[in-house]
Design a protein around this ligand. Structure first.
Ligand code: FES
Length: 114
């Protein structure tokens, strides 16, 4: 009787960027990276003035979740969100870590920047 190797379970991780014209494109999501890092690696143009330190607010995006959870705001993001009166789905892309679970997210950058 031989040992059977179990196949690694494939995760369903779907990350979509929607541009200002409404066109969407699927991005390769890498768990552990921030959403900003993932966007930059996929040539999505998101402003960053503070280099991902969570202080400038220019990397904000609007995030829609159709499956899975989004990490709660950390203290850094909470401070910016409170100060700039963010909508509930308005998030700092530099502060959201891509999870290692199943998820389906789409996001777009705002029309105007700070
Ligand atoms: S890059 Fe500055 S807050 Fe995210």
């Amino acid at each position: 009787m031989g040992l059977s190797k179990s196949k690694p379970e494939l995760k369903h991780q779907e990350l979509t960027f929607v541009d200002s014209f409404g066109s969407s494109r699927r991005l390769k999501a890498i768990p552990g990276q921030t959403l900003l890092e993932t966007a930059v690696e996929n040539s999505v143009d998101i402003s960053t003035s503070c280099g991902g330190m969570g202080t400038c607010g220019t990397c904000r995006v609007f995030l829609e979740v159709t499956n899975g959870l989004v990490p709660a705001r950390n203290d850094i993001e909470k401070d910016v969100a409170d100060e700039k009166n963010f909508a509930p789905n308005e998030r700092l892309s530099c502060q959201i870590e891509i999870p290692d679970d199943d998820f389906s997210w789409s996001f777009h950058a705002p029309e105007e920047t700070y």
